[in-house]
Ligand binder design. Structure first.
Ligand code: ADP
Length: 549
């Protein structure tokens, strides 16, 4: 059996080798180190001097991955051994044609003493869909410098080492695939625009991705390990009255008490306002999905957290639109209907003064309706891309202001409107009707929002390249935090003094759009309780091209 070892010694050594190889595989030594160990053991057990292991690459080609007892620089010279390896069905059929000839050519080229060679395939059994297949992972070669041929027993011994080598290679491949898969998953989670939350079965946080960190204000470092509702904090109440709080009744714990996820519906959707770490709120919808093990045991709960602020805003806007429109339409329609019905009564028509008065009210209310419809149409056009301009010409703003003041002064006894313009005031290029719409809105607001009356100043100032108009009143004013929002669509300030004032919240939205289309700006200064001054700046050489194109 062996040249200088007793059979028992030989078996013991073989067993020791196999044991240390098993340990190396289990303790996850790197693949190269395990292959070298296997080669060393095989060479020793087979009384050889050197050996090589070739592995098959993704393209099916073989390449040497480990060597023992050979100068590394010469390994390449052994490549002819890997050429044209025939297909085979049984391990016993495996052979490399003309191996002896190939070996002597290599020996000649390298000057190495290589007399005998044995080669065995490294094979693992793969079970896929009930079918067993053999996977050919590589080849192990052992060389002798003396001429004693390798016996069938030697092949047998080598086969056990080849099996171990195949297992090590296979493990390494699985490990590599798992690492790649994990990296891919990490990249996917981290780059996801939606928040991702992974919970352990006890509902503590296992991980959260970058999107969820920025949504909640919790870094992964701080959040991991916390109980989920320390980070996912549903707002019971929100301080701001304008904000509708949606709190779905179903909390994760409640759902789990009711048996989720061991029920038909696997995912759970929870929606509401989430309190961020800094105390602010964000509307989110969370879809929870369980990750169950094979036995049905809960391994993880994955939560996908989506910022639904935009949907909620769109919802609120839609509701506002409906309530504004129905409210604003109701009053003039009721007045027109009431007066018209009165006029249908021949008795009421006997007093011509009364008839005139009623007809005037009907005409005024019809104008109000027409304005409302115009504003709504303008707002929808603006949403769709832009406001149409009718004429573009040189406009004398003073003429427009005079007309607006003449229209409003007779309607109020408690306000006094003043016009204050310098002697010479430049004309600007613009659409006179749109500019009148702006001033009409600013002056009517100044009156509407100073319910106790007062002075209203409409001033003009020419500075280089710009004219600045201002409309100042002594009314209720606007809190600082609302001063930007009043230019939003449908936005109206909650103020007990002006709650009854009619309005759509579209006037300033359209005002800003018209001024911006003229290449200008508008803003407000206000001290609540003392009044507000709205400013409009328009370029003198207005960017005509801006809105003719
Ligand atoms: P509307 O007057 O139809 O409500 P606007 O868009 O013209 O709509 O104005 C939006 C809101 O801005 C008003 O509801 C009001 O709360 C506030 N506002 C506008 N002008 C004034 C003003 N001169 N003084 C105080 N508040 C004002």
């Amino acid at each position: 059996m062996s040249l200088n070892l007793s059979y028992v010694d030989y078996r013991i050594r073989q067993r020791d080798y196999l044991l240390s190889i098993t340990r190396a595989i289990v303790s996850r030594l790197n693949l190269r180190a395990v292959l070298r160990l296997i080669l060393q053991a095989s060479v020793d057990m087979l009384q050889g001097q050197s050996g090589l292991i070739a592995l098959s690459g993704p393209d099916g080609e073989f390449a040497f991955s480990a060597s023992y007892g050979l100068p590394p620089a010469l390994v390449e010279a052994f490549n002819p051994l890997l050429e044209e390896i025939p297909e085979y069905d049984e391990v016993e059929e495996f052979s490399i044609p003309d191996m002896a000839e190939r070996l002597s050519a290599i020996a000649e080229e390298t000057g190495l003493l290589l007399r005998q060679v044995v080669a065995l395939p490294m094979i693992v059994l793969a079970v896929a869909g009930g079918d067993k297949t053999h996977e050919f992972l590589g080849i192990i070669f052992i060389f002798r410098s003396h001429s004693l041929r390798f016996s069938p027993d030697d092949r047998q011994v080598l086969a056990s080492f080849a099996d171990y080598a195949a297992i090590a290679v296979n493990n390494a491949r699985f490990y590599e695939a798992a690492v790649t898969e994990r990296r891919r998953l990490d990249a996917l989670l981290e780059s996801s625009a939606d928040g991702v939350l992974v919970l352990r079965p006890d509902l503590s946080i296992e991980r959260l991705n970058r999107a969820l960190s920025s949504l909640t204000g919790w870094s992964a470092q701080d959040a991991i390990g916390l109980y989920h509702d320390e980070v996912i904090v549903w707002a019971g109440q929100v301080a701001k009255p304008q904000r509708a709080v949606v709190q779905s009744k179903l909390r994760l714990e409640d759902a789990m008490e009711e048996g989720w996820p061991h029920r038909e519906e696997r995912t759970l959707y929870v929606e509401g306002d989430l309190r961020r770490r800094n105390g602010s709120f964000v509307s989110v919808g969370i879809t929870y999905a369980p990750l169950l093990g094979r036995s049905g045991r809960l391994l993880n709960i994955i939560g996908i957290v989506r910022d639904i602020t935009r949907f909620r805003e769109a919802d609120v806007l839609k509701d506002t639109f409906i309530s504004v429109v129905s409210h604003e339409l109701k009053t003039p329609v009721a007045i027109i209907k009431g007066y018209a019905e009165t006029l249908l009564n021949p008795k009421a028509r006997r007093n011509p003064m009364l008839v005139d008065e009623m007809l005037e009210v009907i005409a005024d209310e019809s104008d109000r309706l027409a304005r409302l419809v115009d504003d709504l149409l303008d707002a929808s056009r603006l949403q769709a891309g832009g406001l149409p301009f009718r004429d573009v010409e040189d406009v004398d703003l003073r003429g427009i202001i005079r007309r607006v003041v003449d229209r409003y002064q007779p309607q109020t006894q408690i306000h006094t409107l003043h016009i204050d313009f310098p002697e010479s005031f430049p004309t600007i290029r613009g659409d006179p009707q749109r500019l009148e719409q702006v001033l009409d809105n600013l002056v009517s607001n100044a009156i509407k929002y100073s319910p106790h009356g007062g002075e209203i100043y409409i001033k003009g100032e020419a500075v280089p390249a710009e004219v600045i108009l201002s409309v100042g009143d002594q009314g209720v004013g606007i809190p600082l935090e609302e001063q930007e929002r009043i230019f939003d669509r449908f936005y109206r300030v909650e103020n007990p003094e002006t709650r009854a004032t009619s309005g759509t919240g579209l006037g300033l939205y359209l005002t800003r759009a018209i001024i911006q289309a003229h290449g200008g700006r508008c803003w407000v200064h206000s001290t609540p309780g003392q009044g507000a001054t709205f400013y409009v700046a328009l370029p003198c050489e207005t960017g005509l091209a801006l809105w003719q194109g």
